[in-house]
Design a binder for this molecule. Structure first.
Ligand code: SAT
Ligand code: MN
Length: 601
Protein backbone atom coordinates (compact mmCIF):
# COMPACT_ATOMS: atom_id res chain seq x y z
CA UNK A 1 0.00 0.00 0.00
CA UNK A 2 1.59 3.26 -1.09
CA UNK A 3 -1.06 5.78 -0.18
CA UNK A 4 1.02 8.77 -1.22
CA UNK A 5 -0.33 11.97 -2.67
CA UNK A 6 -0.47 11.85 -6.45
CA UNK A 7 -1.99 15.12 -7.56
CA UNK A 8 -0.79 18.56 -8.62
CA UNK A 9 -3.96 20.18 -7.34
CA UNK A 10 -2.42 22.79 -5.00
CA UNK A 11 -5.72 23.88 -3.49
CA UNK A 12 -6.61 20.27 -2.65
CA UNK A 13 -3.16 19.63 -1.17
CA UNK A 14 -3.43 22.79 0.92
CA UNK A 15 -6.88 21.81 2.19
CA UNK A 16 -5.70 18.31 3.15
CA UNK A 17 -2.72 19.87 5.00
CA UNK A 18 -5.06 22.19 6.86
CA UNK A 19 -7.29 19.24 7.85
CA UNK A 20 -4.23 17.27 9.01
CA UNK A 21 -3.36 20.17 11.34
CA UNK A 22 -6.93 20.23 12.61
CA UNK A 23 -7.55 16.49 13.06
CA UNK A 24 -4.02 15.42 14.12
CA UNK A 25 -4.06 11.93 12.55
CA UNK A 26 -1.16 9.54 13.16
CA UNK A 27 -0.86 8.75 9.44
CA UNK A 28 -2.21 10.00 6.10
CA UNK A 29 -3.23 7.73 3.26
CA UNK A 30 -4.30 8.96 -0.20
CA UNK A 31 -6.60 6.31 -1.69
CA UNK A 32 -5.84 5.14 -5.21
CA UNK A 33 -8.85 2.83 -5.38
CA UNK A 34 -6.77 -0.19 -6.44
CA UNK A 35 -7.62 -3.80 -5.67
CA UNK A 36 -4.35 -4.11 -3.73
CA UNK A 37 -5.22 -1.14 -1.54
CA UNK A 38 -8.69 -2.55 -0.93
CA UNK A 39 -7.26 -5.93 0.07
CA UNK A 40 -4.78 -4.46 2.50
CA UNK A 41 -7.52 -2.38 4.15
CA UNK A 42 -9.75 -5.46 4.47
CA UNK A 43 -6.84 -7.40 5.98
CA UNK A 44 -6.21 -4.53 8.37
CA UNK A 45 -9.84 -4.55 9.49
CA UNK A 46 -9.84 -8.32 9.97
CA UNK A 47 -6.83 -7.85 12.24
CA UNK A 48 -8.45 -5.00 14.18
CA UNK A 49 -11.72 -6.91 14.62
CA UNK A 50 -13.86 -4.56 12.50
CA UNK A 51 -14.27 -7.21 9.81
CA UNK A 52 -14.90 -10.94 9.92
CA UNK A 53 -13.71 -12.60 6.74
CA UNK A 54 -16.53 -14.78 5.41
CA UNK A 55 -16.02 -18.30 4.08
CA UNK A 56 -14.12 -17.85 0.81
CA UNK A 57 -15.93 -20.81 -0.77
CA UNK A 58 -19.44 -19.73 0.23
CA UNK A 59 -19.03 -15.93 -0.01
CA UNK A 60 -15.84 -15.09 -1.91
CA UNK A 61 -14.18 -11.73 -1.24
CA UNK A 62 -16.79 -10.80 1.37
CA UNK A 63 -16.73 -9.49 4.94
CA UNK A 64 -19.05 -8.94 7.87
CA UNK A 65 -18.97 -5.86 10.10
CA UNK A 66 -20.94 -5.29 13.32
CA UNK A 67 -21.60 -1.70 14.26
CA UNK A 68 -21.87 -0.25 17.73
CA UNK A 69 -25.50 -0.69 18.92
CA UNK A 70 -25.91 3.10 19.02
CA UNK A 71 -24.81 3.49 15.41
CA UNK A 72 -27.27 1.62 13.21
CA UNK A 73 -29.13 4.12 11.01
CA UNK A 74 -29.30 7.68 9.75
CA UNK A 75 -29.72 10.28 12.51
CA UNK A 76 -32.24 12.73 11.08
CA UNK A 77 -32.53 14.91 14.18
CA UNK A 78 -28.73 15.39 14.08
CA UNK A 79 -28.73 16.33 10.38
CA UNK A 80 -28.34 20.05 9.67
CA UNK A 81 -28.61 22.33 6.66
CA UNK A 82 -26.58 25.49 7.21
CA UNK A 83 -27.88 27.79 4.50
CA UNK A 84 -27.66 31.56 4.93
CA UNK A 85 -31.16 31.85 6.33
CA UNK A 86 -33.49 29.45 8.14
CA UNK A 87 -36.03 30.18 5.46
CA UNK A 88 -33.75 28.80 2.75
CA UNK A 89 -33.52 25.49 4.65
CA UNK A 90 -37.29 25.48 5.07
CA UNK A 91 -39.56 23.95 7.71
CA UNK A 92 -38.61 20.33 6.94
CA UNK A 93 -34.90 20.73 7.75
CA UNK A 94 -32.92 21.41 10.91
CA UNK A 95 -31.24 24.70 10.23
CA UNK A 96 -28.19 26.05 12.02
CA UNK A 97 -26.22 29.23 11.47
CA UNK A 98 -23.25 28.41 9.24
CA UNK A 99 -20.65 30.36 11.27
CA UNK A 100 -21.81 28.92 14.58
CA UNK A 101 -21.96 25.40 13.21
CA UNK A 102 -18.50 25.76 11.65
CA UNK A 103 -17.22 26.70 15.11
CA UNK A 104 -18.78 23.58 16.61
CA UNK A 105 -17.31 21.47 13.80
CA UNK A 106 -13.83 22.90 14.32
CA UNK A 107 -14.11 22.06 18.03
CA UNK A 108 -15.36 18.52 17.34
CA UNK A 109 -12.73 17.83 14.70
CA UNK A 110 -9.79 19.25 16.66
CA UNK A 111 -7.55 16.27 17.37
CA UNK A 112 -10.40 13.87 16.52
CA UNK A 113 -8.21 11.56 14.43
CA UNK A 114 -5.45 11.12 17.02
CA UNK A 115 -3.93 7.66 16.78
CA UNK A 116 -5.81 6.94 13.54
CA UNK A 117 -5.08 7.04 9.83
CA UNK A 118 -6.60 9.87 7.83
CA UNK A 119 -7.80 8.54 4.48
CA UNK A 120 -8.16 10.95 1.57
CA UNK A 121 -10.86 9.46 -0.66
CA UNK A 122 -11.33 11.02 -4.11
CA UNK A 123 -14.70 9.98 -5.53
CA UNK A 124 -17.05 10.85 -8.37
CA UNK A 125 -20.82 10.71 -8.41
CA UNK A 126 -21.89 9.81 -11.94
CA UNK A 127 -19.73 8.59 -14.83
CA UNK A 128 -16.63 10.82 -15.09
CA UNK A 129 -17.68 11.93 -18.57
CA UNK A 130 -21.26 12.79 -17.61
CA UNK A 131 -22.17 16.48 -18.02
CA UNK A 132 -23.44 16.51 -14.42
CA UNK A 133 -20.74 14.33 -12.79
CA UNK A 134 -19.70 15.79 -9.41
CA UNK A 135 -16.41 15.11 -7.69
CA UNK A 136 -16.01 14.93 -3.94
CA UNK A 137 -13.01 14.42 -1.69
CA UNK A 138 -13.96 12.62 1.51
CA UNK A 139 -11.48 12.81 4.35
CA UNK A 140 -12.28 10.04 6.81
CA UNK A 141 -10.63 8.17 9.68
CA UNK A 142 -12.62 5.02 8.91
CA UNK A 143 -11.17 2.26 6.69
CA UNK A 144 -14.72 0.80 6.65
CA UNK A 145 -15.82 3.98 4.87
CA UNK A 146 -12.99 3.64 2.33
CA UNK A 147 -13.91 0.09 1.28
CA UNK A 148 -17.62 0.93 1.15
CA UNK A 149 -16.98 4.09 -0.90
CA UNK A 150 -14.96 1.98 -3.32
CA UNK A 151 -18.09 -0.11 -4.00
CA UNK A 152 -20.63 2.72 -3.93
CA UNK A 153 -18.74 5.34 -5.99
CA UNK A 154 -16.10 5.73 -8.66
CA UNK A 155 -13.18 6.11 -6.28
CA UNK A 156 -9.42 6.60 -6.50
CA UNK A 157 -6.66 7.88 -8.74
CA UNK A 158 -8.82 8.19 -11.90
CA UNK A 159 -10.84 10.83 -10.06
CA UNK A 160 -7.69 12.79 -9.07
CA UNK A 161 -6.54 12.55 -12.69
CA UNK A 162 -9.87 13.93 -13.87
CA UNK A 163 -9.62 16.74 -11.31
CA UNK A 164 -6.27 17.80 -12.76
CA UNK A 165 -4.51 20.81 -11.25
CA UNK A 166 -7.53 23.02 -10.68
CA UNK A 167 -10.78 21.05 -11.06
CA UNK A 168 -13.73 21.66 -8.74
CA UNK A 169 -14.44 19.29 -5.87
CA UNK A 170 -16.78 19.18 -2.88
CA UNK A 171 -14.88 18.78 0.42
CA UNK A 172 -16.46 16.14 2.67
CA UNK A 173 -15.08 15.80 6.20
CA UNK A 174 -15.85 12.65 8.15
CA UNK A 175 -14.71 11.35 11.50
CA UNK A 176 -16.05 8.55 13.67
CA UNK A 177 -15.26 10.86 16.59
CA UNK A 178 -13.16 8.46 18.61
CA UNK A 179 -9.56 9.68 18.97
CA UNK A 180 -7.10 7.20 20.49
CA UNK A 181 -4.81 8.06 23.38
CA UNK A 182 -1.25 6.75 23.11
CA UNK A 183 -1.35 3.00 23.75
CA UNK A 184 -5.16 2.88 23.86
CA UNK A 185 -6.56 -0.31 22.34
CA UNK A 186 -9.09 0.34 19.59
CA UNK A 187 -12.60 -1.15 19.51
CA UNK A 188 -14.13 -3.00 16.53
CA UNK A 189 -16.55 -0.16 15.65
CA UNK A 190 -15.31 3.18 16.94
CA UNK A 191 -17.90 5.96 17.02
CA UNK A 192 -19.30 8.67 19.28
CA UNK A 193 -21.96 6.72 21.22
CA UNK A 194 -23.87 9.78 22.45
CA UNK A 195 -26.46 10.60 19.74
CA UNK A 196 -26.46 14.25 20.82
CA UNK A 197 -22.80 14.53 19.89
CA UNK A 198 -23.26 13.24 16.34
CA UNK A 199 -23.49 15.82 13.56
CA UNK A 200 -24.32 15.42 9.87
CA UNK A 201 -23.81 18.94 8.57
CA UNK A 202 -24.29 20.46 5.13
CA UNK A 203 -23.03 23.87 4.03
CA UNK A 204 -24.88 24.29 0.72
CA UNK A 205 -23.34 27.69 -0.05
CA UNK A 206 -19.72 26.47 -0.05
CA UNK A 207 -20.70 23.61 -0.75
CA UNK A 208 -19.17 21.34 1.92
CA UNK A 209 -20.14 18.45 4.18
CA UNK A 210 -18.96 17.76 7.74
CA UNK A 211 -20.03 14.52 9.42
CA UNK A 212 -18.99 13.62 12.96
CA UNK A 213 -19.56 10.70 15.30
CA UNK A 214 -21.16 7.99 13.14
CA UNK A 215 -19.63 5.35 10.89
CA UNK A 216 -22.91 3.99 9.49
CA UNK A 217 -24.45 4.20 6.01
CA UNK A 218 -25.67 7.56 4.84
CA UNK A 219 -24.12 9.22 7.90
CA UNK A 220 -20.62 8.25 6.80
CA UNK A 221 -20.62 7.32 3.10
CA UNK A 222 -20.85 10.98 2.23
CA UNK A 223 -21.24 10.52 -1.53
CA UNK A 224 -24.70 9.07 -1.00
CA UNK A 225 -27.40 11.04 0.83
CA UNK A 226 -25.21 14.00 1.81
CA UNK A 227 -23.65 14.78 -1.57
CA UNK A 228 -25.81 13.03 -4.18
CA UNK A 229 -29.08 14.19 -2.59
CA UNK A 230 -28.84 17.05 -0.07
CA UNK A 231 -26.02 19.03 -1.69
CA UNK A 232 -26.86 17.89 -5.25
CA UNK A 233 -30.50 18.98 -4.84
CA UNK A 234 -29.33 22.54 -4.13
CA UNK A 235 -26.89 22.47 -7.06
CA UNK A 236 -29.56 20.95 -9.32
CA UNK A 237 -32.01 23.71 -8.43
CA UNK A 238 -29.43 26.30 -9.53
CA UNK A 239 -28.35 24.40 -12.64
CA UNK A 240 -31.84 23.36 -13.76
CA UNK A 241 -31.82 19.59 -13.17
CA UNK A 242 -33.08 17.29 -10.39
CA UNK A 243 -31.40 15.10 -7.78
CA UNK A 244 -33.95 12.55 -6.62
CA UNK A 245 -34.36 9.66 -4.18
CA UNK A 246 -35.35 7.31 -7.00
CA UNK A 247 -34.54 3.93 -8.46
CA UNK A 248 -34.19 3.66 -12.23
CA UNK A 249 -35.28 0.57 -14.13
CA UNK A 250 -35.55 -0.52 -17.74
CA UNK A 251 -38.58 -2.48 -18.86
CA UNK A 252 -38.65 -4.50 -22.07
CA UNK A 253 -42.01 -5.64 -23.43
CA UNK A 254 -42.65 -8.93 -25.26
CA UNK A 255 -42.67 -6.81 -28.46
CA UNK A 256 -39.10 -5.84 -27.54
CA UNK A 257 -39.91 -2.21 -26.84
CA UNK A 258 -37.88 -0.61 -24.08
CA UNK A 259 -39.17 1.82 -21.47
CA UNK A 260 -37.32 3.50 -18.62
CA UNK A 261 -39.04 4.30 -15.34
CA UNK A 262 -37.81 6.14 -12.22
CA UNK A 263 -39.55 5.63 -8.89
CA UNK A 264 -39.39 7.41 -5.53
CA UNK A 265 -40.16 5.52 -2.33
CA UNK A 266 -39.03 6.39 1.20
CA UNK A 267 -36.05 4.47 2.64
CA UNK A 268 -36.63 0.73 3.15
CA UNK A 269 -39.90 0.59 1.15
CA UNK A 270 -38.65 -1.86 -1.48
CA UNK A 271 -36.80 0.33 -4.01
CA UNK A 272 -34.05 -2.26 -4.40
CA UNK A 273 -36.62 -5.04 -4.90
CA UNK A 274 -38.49 -3.09 -7.56
CA UNK A 275 -35.30 -2.01 -9.32
CA UNK A 276 -34.24 -5.65 -9.81
CA UNK A 277 -37.66 -7.21 -10.12
CA UNK A 278 -38.14 -10.55 -11.82
CA UNK A 279 -41.48 -10.10 -13.61
CA UNK A 280 -44.03 -12.87 -13.20
CA UNK A 281 -45.63 -11.79 -16.50
CA UNK A 282 -44.18 -13.88 -19.32
CA UNK A 283 -42.15 -12.03 -21.93
CA UNK A 284 -41.48 -8.94 -19.80
CA UNK A 285 -37.96 -8.15 -18.64
CA UNK A 286 -36.70 -5.69 -16.01
CA UNK A 287 -33.13 -4.37 -16.08
CA UNK A 288 -31.58 -2.28 -13.31
CA UNK A 289 -29.89 1.11 -13.63
CA UNK A 290 -30.00 2.17 -9.98
CA UNK A 291 -31.80 1.41 -6.72
CA UNK A 292 -31.61 4.62 -4.69
CA UNK A 293 -30.65 7.87 -6.44
CA UNK A 294 -31.44 9.38 -9.83
CA UNK A 295 -30.03 12.55 -11.30
CA UNK A 296 -32.44 13.76 -13.97
CA UNK A 297 -31.99 16.47 -16.59
CA UNK A 298 -33.61 17.62 -19.80
CA UNK A 299 -31.81 15.97 -22.72
CA UNK A 300 -31.12 17.48 -26.13
CA UNK A 301 -34.35 15.98 -27.49
CA UNK A 302 -36.42 17.55 -24.69
CA UNK A 303 -37.09 14.30 -22.83
CA UNK A 304 -36.04 13.81 -19.21
CA UNK A 305 -32.89 11.67 -18.90
CA UNK A 306 -32.07 9.83 -15.67
CA UNK A 307 -28.63 8.69 -14.48
CA UNK A 308 -27.56 6.75 -11.39
CA UNK A 309 -24.66 8.58 -9.71
CA UNK A 310 -23.69 5.51 -7.65
CA UNK A 311 -21.92 2.26 -8.54
CA UNK A 312 -23.20 -0.03 -5.80
CA UNK A 313 -26.21 -1.05 -3.78
CA UNK A 314 -26.48 -0.33 -0.06
CA UNK A 315 -29.49 -2.58 0.34
CA UNK A 316 -31.56 -3.61 3.35
CA UNK A 317 -30.72 -7.26 4.11
CA UNK A 318 -33.75 -8.54 6.09
CA UNK A 319 -36.50 -9.60 3.73
CA UNK A 320 -34.13 -10.07 0.79
CA UNK A 321 -34.85 -13.59 -0.46
CA UNK A 322 -35.11 -15.71 -3.59
CA UNK A 323 -38.78 -14.71 -3.63
CA UNK A 324 -38.50 -10.97 -2.95
CA UNK A 325 -35.28 -10.25 -4.84
CA UNK A 326 -33.32 -13.15 -6.38
CA UNK A 327 -31.08 -10.74 -8.32
CA UNK A 328 -29.99 -8.91 -5.17
CA UNK A 329 -28.99 -12.27 -3.68
CA UNK A 330 -26.82 -12.89 -6.73
CA UNK A 331 -25.40 -9.35 -6.57
CA UNK A 332 -24.25 -9.95 -2.98
CA UNK A 333 -22.98 -13.50 -3.54
CA UNK A 334 -19.36 -12.24 -3.61
CA UNK A 335 -17.18 -9.12 -3.06
CA UNK A 336 -19.78 -7.77 -0.65
CA UNK A 337 -19.64 -6.06 2.73
CA UNK A 338 -22.39 -7.11 5.14
CA UNK A 339 -23.17 -4.98 8.16
CA UNK A 340 -25.19 -6.13 11.21
CA UNK A 341 -26.42 -9.50 9.93
CA UNK A 342 -26.04 -12.98 11.50
CA UNK A 343 -22.77 -14.91 11.15
CA UNK A 344 -23.43 -18.64 10.61
CA UNK A 345 -21.17 -21.41 11.98
CA UNK A 346 -19.84 -22.13 8.47
CA UNK A 347 -18.74 -18.54 8.04
CA UNK A 348 -21.60 -17.27 5.90
CA UNK A 349 -24.34 -14.72 6.59
CA UNK A 350 -28.04 -15.03 7.41
CA UNK A 351 -30.89 -12.65 8.08
CA UNK A 352 -34.60 -12.78 8.84
CA UNK A 353 -36.80 -13.66 5.85
CA UNK A 354 -33.83 -14.69 3.73
CA UNK A 355 -35.94 -17.63 2.57
CA UNK A 356 -33.44 -20.23 3.80
CA UNK A 357 -33.61 -22.02 7.16
CA UNK A 358 -31.96 -20.18 10.04
CA UNK A 359 -28.74 -21.78 11.28
CA UNK A 360 -29.20 -23.82 14.46
CA UNK A 361 -26.93 -21.30 16.12
CA UNK A 362 -25.04 -18.22 15.03
CA UNK A 363 -23.61 -14.90 16.17
CA UNK A 364 -26.11 -12.04 16.02
CA UNK A 365 -25.51 -8.45 14.89
CA UNK A 366 -24.44 -7.49 18.40
CA UNK A 367 -21.82 -10.23 18.45
CA UNK A 368 -23.79 -12.39 20.89
CA UNK A 369 -24.56 -16.11 20.63
CA UNK A 370 -27.89 -16.50 18.90
CA UNK A 371 -30.38 -19.30 18.24
CA UNK A 372 -33.61 -19.05 16.23
CA UNK A 373 -35.69 -19.51 19.39
CA UNK A 374 -33.82 -17.04 21.62
CA UNK A 375 -36.52 -14.39 21.26
CA UNK A 376 -34.27 -11.79 19.58
CA UNK A 377 -33.87 -10.94 15.92
CA UNK A 378 -30.49 -12.07 14.63
CA UNK A 379 -29.99 -9.29 12.07
CA UNK A 380 -30.71 -5.63 12.80
CA UNK A 381 -33.81 -4.34 10.94
CA UNK A 382 -31.57 -1.82 9.12
CA UNK A 383 -28.74 -4.27 8.44
CA UNK A 384 -27.28 -3.85 4.97
CA UNK A 385 -25.26 -5.34 2.15
CA UNK A 386 -22.88 -3.20 0.14
CA UNK A 387 -22.62 -4.88 -3.27
CA UNK A 388 -21.13 -3.76 -6.61
CA UNK A 389 -23.89 -2.80 -9.09
CA UNK A 390 -21.98 -4.58 -11.87
CA UNK A 391 -22.66 -7.88 -10.07
CA UNK A 392 -26.41 -7.52 -10.52
CA UNK A 393 -27.34 -10.17 -13.10
CA UNK A 394 -29.91 -7.86 -14.70
CA UNK A 395 -27.82 -4.69 -14.73
CA UNK A 396 -28.89 -2.56 -17.70
CA UNK A 397 -26.32 -2.19 -20.52
CA UNK A 398 -26.80 1.59 -20.29
CA UNK A 399 -26.38 1.93 -16.54
CA UNK A 400 -23.12 3.86 -16.97
CA UNK A 401 -24.25 5.85 -20.00
CA UNK A 402 -23.04 9.40 -19.22
CA UNK A 403 -26.13 10.86 -20.90
CA UNK A 404 -28.53 8.74 -18.81
CA UNK A 405 -31.69 7.14 -20.20
CA UNK A 406 -34.97 8.79 -21.33
CA UNK A 407 -37.84 8.38 -18.86
CA UNK A 408 -41.30 7.29 -19.98
CA UNK A 409 -42.77 7.37 -16.49
CA UNK A 410 -42.12 8.46 -12.93
CA UNK A 411 -43.69 6.61 -9.99
CA UNK A 412 -44.21 7.71 -6.40
CA UNK A 413 -45.13 5.39 -3.58
CA UNK A 414 -44.93 4.45 0.06
CA UNK A 415 -46.22 2.00 2.62
CA UNK A 416 -49.92 2.81 2.95
CA UNK A 417 -52.11 0.15 4.57
CA UNK A 418 -55.31 2.00 3.63
CA UNK A 419 -56.92 4.52 1.23
CA UNK A 420 -54.25 4.68 -1.51
CA UNK A 421 -55.07 2.49 -4.54
CA UNK A 422 -52.67 0.06 -6.19
CA UNK A 423 -51.95 2.50 -9.02
CA UNK A 424 -53.22 5.94 -9.94
CA UNK A 425 -52.21 8.04 -12.95
CA UNK A 426 -51.85 11.81 -12.71
CA UNK A 427 -54.01 13.90 -15.06
CA UNK A 428 -51.02 16.05 -16.03
CA UNK A 429 -47.57 17.18 -14.80
CA UNK A 430 -48.94 19.57 -12.16
CA UNK A 431 -51.18 16.84 -10.77
CA UNK A 432 -48.14 14.56 -10.77
CA UNK A 433 -46.17 17.12 -8.76
CA UNK A 434 -49.13 17.28 -6.37
CA UNK A 435 -48.95 13.48 -6.01
CA UNK A 436 -45.24 13.67 -5.27
CA UNK A 437 -45.77 16.41 -2.71
CA UNK A 438 -48.42 14.29 -0.98
CA UNK A 439 -46.23 11.20 -0.66
CA UNK A 440 -46.44 9.57 2.72
CA UNK A 441 -45.41 6.32 4.28
CA UNK A 442 -45.28 4.33 7.44
CA UNK A 443 -41.85 4.97 8.91
CA UNK A 444 -39.20 2.20 8.68
CA UNK A 445 -35.99 1.23 10.45
CA UNK A 446 -33.78 3.18 8.02
CA UNK A 447 -33.80 6.14 10.40
CA UNK A 448 -33.68 6.16 14.19
CA UNK A 449 -37.15 6.65 15.71
CA UNK A 450 -40.49 4.84 15.93
CA UNK A 451 -41.34 2.62 12.96
CA UNK A 452 -44.85 2.20 11.55
CA UNK A 453 -46.35 5.68 11.95
CA UNK A 454 -47.61 7.63 8.92
CA UNK A 455 -45.37 10.48 8.01
CA UNK A 456 -45.67 12.78 5.02
CA UNK A 457 -42.53 12.35 2.98
CA UNK A 458 -42.89 14.52 -0.14
CA UNK A 459 -41.13 12.92 -3.14
CA UNK A 460 -39.52 10.56 -0.56
CA UNK A 461 -37.13 13.51 -0.12
CA UNK A 462 -38.13 14.73 3.35
CA UNK A 463 -34.78 13.73 4.92
CA UNK A 464 -32.79 14.49 1.76
CA UNK A 465 -33.87 17.84 0.29
CA UNK A 466 -31.10 20.35 0.92
CA UNK A 467 -33.27 23.45 0.70
CA UNK A 468 -36.80 24.71 1.33
CA UNK A 469 -39.15 21.98 0.20
CA UNK A 470 -41.70 24.56 -1.01
CA UNK A 471 -39.08 25.86 -3.46
CA UNK A 472 -38.32 22.26 -4.37
CA UNK A 473 -42.00 21.78 -5.29
CA UNK A 474 -41.69 24.95 -7.38
CA UNK A 475 -38.60 23.53 -9.08
CA UNK A 476 -40.53 20.41 -10.06
CA UNK A 477 -43.40 22.53 -11.39
CA UNK A 478 -40.95 24.61 -13.46
CA UNK A 479 -40.17 21.67 -15.78
CA UNK A 480 -43.27 22.47 -17.85
CA UNK A 481 -41.34 25.60 -18.89
CA UNK A 482 -38.07 23.75 -19.50
CA UNK A 483 -39.42 21.46 -22.22
CA UNK A 484 -42.44 20.56 -24.29
CA UNK A 485 -45.14 19.27 -21.91
CA UNK A 486 -45.78 16.24 -24.11
CA UNK A 487 -42.18 15.12 -23.62
CA UNK A 488 -42.43 14.96 -19.84
CA UNK A 489 -42.84 11.48 -18.34
CA UNK A 490 -46.29 10.39 -17.19
CA UNK A 491 -46.62 10.34 -13.40
CA UNK A 492 -48.09 7.55 -11.23
CA UNK A 493 -48.73 6.89 -7.58
CA UNK A 494 -48.46 3.23 -6.56
CA UNK A 495 -49.11 1.37 -3.32
CA UNK A 496 -48.10 -2.29 -2.96
CA UNK A 497 -48.94 -2.28 0.75
CA UNK A 498 -52.73 -1.85 0.98
CA UNK A 499 -54.25 -4.19 3.56
CA UNK A 500 -57.67 -5.75 4.02
CA UNK A 501 -59.81 -5.06 7.09
CA UNK A 502 -58.28 -8.15 8.73
CA UNK A 503 -54.75 -6.84 8.20
CA UNK A 504 -53.62 -8.97 5.23
CA UNK A 505 -51.81 -7.52 2.22
CA UNK A 506 -54.24 -7.36 -0.71
CA UNK A 507 -51.54 -7.39 -3.40
CA UNK A 508 -48.81 -10.04 -3.75
CA UNK A 509 -46.17 -7.44 -4.69
CA UNK A 510 -42.60 -8.28 -5.82
CA UNK A 511 -42.57 -9.82 -9.33
CA UNK A 512 -46.31 -9.31 -9.65
CA UNK A 513 -45.72 -5.56 -9.62
CA UNK A 514 -44.80 -6.14 -13.28
CA UNK A 515 -48.57 -6.20 -13.87
CA UNK A 516 -48.74 -2.57 -12.80
CA UNK A 517 -45.66 -1.69 -14.87
CA UNK A 518 -47.29 -3.32 -17.92
CA UNK A 519 -50.39 -1.14 -17.50
CA UNK A 520 -48.16 1.94 -17.19
CA UNK A 521 -46.41 1.04 -20.48
CA UNK A 522 -49.81 0.58 -22.12
CA UNK A 523 -50.84 4.00 -20.88
CA UNK A 524 -47.62 5.46 -22.30
CA UNK A 525 -48.54 3.84 -25.62
CA UNK A 526 -52.09 5.21 -25.35
CA UNK A 527 -53.67 1.73 -25.32
CA UNK A 528 -54.17 0.98 -21.59
CA UNK A 529 -57.73 1.39 -20.35
CA UNK A 530 -58.47 3.67 -17.41
CA UNK A 531 -61.38 5.31 -15.68
CA UNK A 532 -61.20 8.94 -14.73
CA UNK A 533 -61.90 9.26 -11.01
CA UNK A 534 -61.78 12.07 -8.47
CA UNK A 535 -58.19 11.22 -7.58
CA UNK A 536 -56.73 10.33 -11.00
CA UNK A 537 -56.92 7.75 -13.77
CA UNK A 538 -57.30 4.24 -12.38
CA UNK A 539 -57.18 0.99 -14.37
CA UNK A 540 -60.59 -0.39 -15.28
CA UNK A 541 -61.10 -3.79 -13.60
CA UNK A 542 -60.20 -5.60 -16.86
CA UNK A 543 -57.23 -3.34 -17.73
CA UNK A 544 -54.78 -4.89 -15.31
CA UNK A 545 -53.27 -8.16 -16.54
CA UNK A 546 -53.93 -10.60 -13.69
CA UNK A 547 -53.54 -13.73 -15.83
CA UNK A 548 -52.11 -16.57 -13.79
CA UNK A 549 -52.59 -14.64 -10.58
CA UNK A 550 -54.84 -16.09 -7.94
CA UNK A 551 -56.49 -12.94 -6.67
CA UNK A 552 -60.11 -12.67 -5.50
CA UNK A 553 -62.14 -10.23 -7.64
CA UNK A 554 -63.29 -8.52 -4.44
CA UNK A 555 -59.66 -7.92 -3.41
CA UNK A 556 -58.82 -6.50 -6.82
CA UNK A 557 -61.86 -4.24 -6.61
CA UNK A 558 -60.71 -3.00 -3.22
CA UNK A 559 -57.17 -2.39 -4.53
CA UNK A 560 -58.55 -0.14 -7.27
CA UNK A 561 -61.37 1.42 -5.24
CA UNK A 562 -61.52 5.14 -4.51
CA UNK A 563 -62.37 5.39 -0.82
CA UNK A 564 -64.03 8.82 -0.79
CA UNK A 565 -64.14 9.16 3.02
CA UNK A 566 -60.51 8.03 3.26
CA UNK A 567 -59.48 10.51 0.58
CA UNK A 568 -61.24 13.36 2.38
CA UNK A 569 -59.08 12.55 5.41
CA UNK A 570 -56.07 12.29 3.12
CA UNK A 571 -56.79 15.75 1.69
CA UNK A 572 -57.10 17.16 5.21
CA UNK A 573 -53.79 15.64 6.23
CA UNK A 574 -52.06 16.96 3.08
CA UNK A 575 -53.47 20.38 3.92
CA UNK A 576 -52.01 20.17 7.44
CA UNK A 577 -48.64 19.27 5.92
CA UNK A 578 -48.88 22.06 3.35
CA UNK A 579 -49.62 24.55 6.13
CA UNK A 580 -46.02 24.14 7.35
CA UNK A 581 -44.79 25.86 4.19
CA UNK A 582 -47.00 28.93 4.65
CA UNK A 583 -46.85 31.46 1.84
CA UNK A 584 -43.92 29.72 0.19
CA UNK A 585 -46.15 26.86 -1.03
CA UNK A 586 -46.62 27.22 -4.81
CA UNK A 587 -50.13 28.33 -5.71
CA UNK A 588 -50.39 25.53 -8.26
CA UNK A 589 -50.33 23.02 -5.40
CA UNK A 590 -53.01 24.65 -3.24
CA UNK A 591 -55.08 24.76 -6.44
CA UNK A 592 -54.45 21.05 -6.95
CA UNK A 593 -55.61 20.33 -3.41
CA UNK A 594 -58.71 22.48 -3.87
CA UNK A 595 -59.42 20.68 -7.17
CA UNK A 596 -59.13 17.28 -5.50
CA UNK A 597 -61.52 18.33 -2.74
CA UNK A 598 -64.04 19.62 -5.25
CA UNK A 599 -63.91 16.36 -7.20
CA UNK A 600 -64.34 14.34 -3.99
CA UNK A 601 -67.56 16.30 -3.37
O1 SAT B 1 -29.12 6.69 4.14
S1 SAT B 1 -28.72 5.30 4.04
O2 SAT B 1 -27.78 5.19 2.96
O3 SAT B 1 -28.11 4.87 5.30
C1 SAT B 1 -30.05 4.30 3.71
C2 SAT B 1 -31.33 4.97 3.47
O4 SAT B 1 -31.87 5.62 4.36
O5 SAT B 1 -31.89 4.83 2.36
MN1 MN C 1 -32.48 5.59 0.14
Amino acid sequence: MTGTCNTKHQKLIAWVEEMVKLCQPARIHWCDGSAAENQSLCDLMVKSGTFVKLNEKLRPGSYLARSHPSDVARVEDRTFICSKTKDEAGPANNWADAAEMKKIMLERFAGCMAGRTMYVIPFAMGPLDSPICKIGIEISDSPYVVVNMRIMTRMGQTVLDKLGADGKYIPCMHSVGAPLKPGQVDVAWPCEPDPQKKYIVHFPDEPAIWSYGSGYGGNALLGKKCLALRIASTVAKKEGWMAEHMLILGLTSPANKKYYVAAAFPSACGKTNLAMMKPTLPGWKVTTLGDDIAWIRVGKDGHLYAMNPETGFFGVAPGTSAKSNPHALTACAKNTIFTNVVLTPDGDVWWEDMGVPAPAKGIDWEGKDWTPDCGRKGAHANSRFTAPAAQCPVIDPDWQNPEGVPLSAIMFGGRRPSTIPLVNEAFDWEHGVFMGSACGSETTAAALGAAGVLRRDPFAMLPFCGYNMADYFGHWLSFVNKTDRSKLPKVYFVNWFRKSADGKFLWPGYGDNSRVLKWICERVEGTGKAQKTAIGNIPTPDALDVSGLNIAPADLAQLLAVDIAGWKNEAADVETNYAKFGKALPKALSEQLAGLRKRLG
